[in-house]
Write a protein that binds this ligand. Structure first.
Ligand code: ARG
Length: 577
């Protein structure tokens, strides 16, 4: 069965455009169609007639009437109403919505239009070797995973990259320190490694002999000498083990391609930038000065690509990475998920790459997916009581433990197996959802208590709707698949229509999320879906009613969309709670 165009907005938009062309012979007009602020006004609205009065020199309601009279495909609407100020409200016919839902039910993309041959790189997580991951990395990991899943669902070819900070002068310090210490590296934990790093740093600042040594170690590492390379690899392996534990808990898949990957290209890049006359020497360092980037004192801001001691830095690596991703990977879109604090840096790197022709903005779109800070319950930056960064593994384990307590309270006789499984699902879902349901540019307060609640806009509340539908299916003794075979969705009751319309909007929400990369759009949608489903379930009899099979189909479609939405947000489902 052919899937009908289910993006309703587009449908209305096209109708209006056609009608507008006919009436006013203006070709370039892109009407704005938004869902009605309240369902009592209608399903979608268009407020453009008011904006057009100046150009067309007619009253808004005259314009609205003309637009409406030209709409051809009127049978998909139950009503089109024009309000006093010329706003047009559209109410879809319930049979039309029912048919659309039947089509979406069959469609693996659930009404969303997939992409063809598009390649996207999503860089996320990107912690630094020999340092503990902090909550900023957690945000990047959760958001990046969700965006990657979104693009995979949309049929993009997705390359998920972990741009680990695994290269740089800090390794000279660590190697020099570890050589003196002669510890058995293999058995060290990331915490030990982090402590050694701190000690090495202290010694570097105090002891000039040691400082000299670290510089020699950097040179040796950069020329890839065996002993130094081996120590470096061990340091990376210890760090990797710690990240992987977190990625496993979070169900995150990502390819490691750290900063060291780009090391062989750095020299050539600086040479090439010099050849292209983009380099200015300032205080002995090779810099790029870009128009429009100035400091607070209004002096030009340098983008340093080679330090005065000859070393390359974070910027050089980022230029190399952007070049490789655009020219070699030939990505259509490159996305970097990292905190807002790095926005200026990334803007400058991008601009420099455009100037050097390492990226062609007409072919490759670069986007910085920025996010705000996680705050502690006291509204200050999230830290432990001792003022240290919170270890992510502790944070995740704590969420799981707290979920366990709640589950035991609810059912003291819960089996161990169920307790383990459910606490993991509820705990990790809660952490992810409380992050993704906030607008990512805003800071948010971290609260176990709030995120683990069973009601309100929480992951467990959403999960309950899914579990309820699974329960309905279990109650129906016959095979629901058989029941669904001949069922047709046939919306009647107002809360049933409202649920149906919301299910169609899934495609619209996914399309918006693809554009603005805001996962909270999907979270809000799912929350509303759960509420609408609950209202429908309260008002409409399912099991044993004469509409049983049709309504079961509506429930099943709700479950499909909830499950897909959950998957895109990186959340897990369970059949019973
Ligand atoms: N490792 C960096 C940090 O922890 C993040 C890297 C972000 N990505 C990039 N291409 N600069 O702050």
């Amino acid at each position: 069965m052919a899937v009908l165009i289910s993006i309703l907005k587009e449908k209305i938009k096209r109708s209006i455009q056609e009608s507008f062309k006919k009436e006013f012979e203006k070709k370039e007009f892109s009407p704005e169609i938004t869902p009605c602020t309240s369902e009592k006004f209608g399903h979608y609205q268009c407020n453009d007639p008011l904006k057009l009065t100046k150009i067309l020199k007619q009253t808004p309601s005259e314009i609205a009437k003309k637009i409406v009279s030209n709409i051809k495909d009127k049978k998909i609407f139950e009503k089109i109403e024009i309000s006093k100020n010329g706003f047009i409200n559209f109410i879809f016919d319930k049979n039309f919505i029912s048919n659309e839902l039947d089509a979406i039910f069959q469609d693996p993309y659930l009404g969303v239009i997939p992409k063809k041959n598009k390649k996207i790189i999503v860089e996320f997580s990107s912690p630094n070797v020999a340092k503990e991951l902090h909550v900023g990395h957690l945000r990047s990991t959760i958001i990046g995973e969700s965006l990657s899943r979104l693009f995979e669902f949309l049929n993009y070819s997705v390359l998920r990259l972990n741009h680990i900070g695994d290269w740089g002068t800090q390794f000279g310090m660590l190697i020099a320190y570890l050589k003196q210490k002669k510890e058995i590296l293999e058995q060290a934990s990331l915490s030990e490694l982090t402590n050694w790093y701190k000690e090495a740093k202290k010694r570097f600042e105090k002891d000039s002999e040691f400082a000299k040594k670290t510089k020699e170690e950097v040179v040796k590492l950069q020329s890839e000498e065996k002993e130094e390379l081996e120590i470096w690899e061990k340091i990376c392996a210890i760090s990797r083990k710690a990240y992987n534990e977190i990625y496993n808990l979070l169900d995150v898949k990502i390819l490691e391609r750290g900063e060291s990957y780009y090391n062989p290209f750095l020299k050539g890049i600086v040479k090439d930038l010099e050849k292209k006359n983009l380099i200015t020497i300032s205080d002995g360092a090779k810099c790029i000065f870009l128009e429009g980037f100035t400091s607070r004192e209004n002096t030009p801001l340098p983008l340093i690509v080679q330090k005065s001691d000859g070393g390359f830095n974070y910027v050089t690596t980022d230029i190399a990475a952007m070049k490789q991703r655009a020219l070699e990977e030939k990505a259509d879109r490159i996305i970097t998920v990292i905190d807002q604090g790095q926005s200026l840096h990334l803007k400058m790197v991008h601009e420099a790459c455009v100037k050097a022709k390492y990226i062609d903005p007409s072919k490759t779109k670069f986007e910085h997916v920025a996010f705000g800070v996680v705050l502690g319950p006291d509204g200050k930056k999230f830290k432990t009581r001792e003022g240290e960064t919170v270890k992510l593994l502790d944070l995740l384990t704590e969420a799981i433990n707290k979920a366990k307590e709640i589950l035991i309270k609810k059912d003291p006789l819960i089996s161990n197996h169920r307790l383990e499984k459910l606490s993991h699902i509820l705990g990790i879902n809660a952490i992810k959802y409380s992050d993704l349901s906030c607008h990512r540019l805003k800071d948010y307060k971290f609260s176990y208590e709030r995120m683990l609640k069973f009601e309100g806009n929480t992951s467990t509340f959403l999960l309950y709707s899914y579990v309820r539908i699974m329960g309905i299916k279990r109650k129906l003794k016959n095979d629901p698949k058989k029941l669904l075979k001949f069922a047709k969705i046939d919306l009647k009751h107002p809360t049933e229509i409202s649920l149906g319309l919301h299910l169609i909007r899934f495609a619209e929400v996914i399309e918006n999320m693809e554009k603005d990369l805001l996962p909270n759009r999907l979270a809000d949608y799912l929350y509303e879906l759960a509420e609408k489903f609950n209202a429908f379930f309260r008002d409409c009899h399912v099991i044993g009613s004469k509409e049983q099979n049709n309504r079961l189909k509506l429930c099943e479609l709700t479950a499909k969309i909830l499950k897909k939405g959950f998957y895109i947000l990186g959340l897990q489902v369970t059949e019973s709670l």
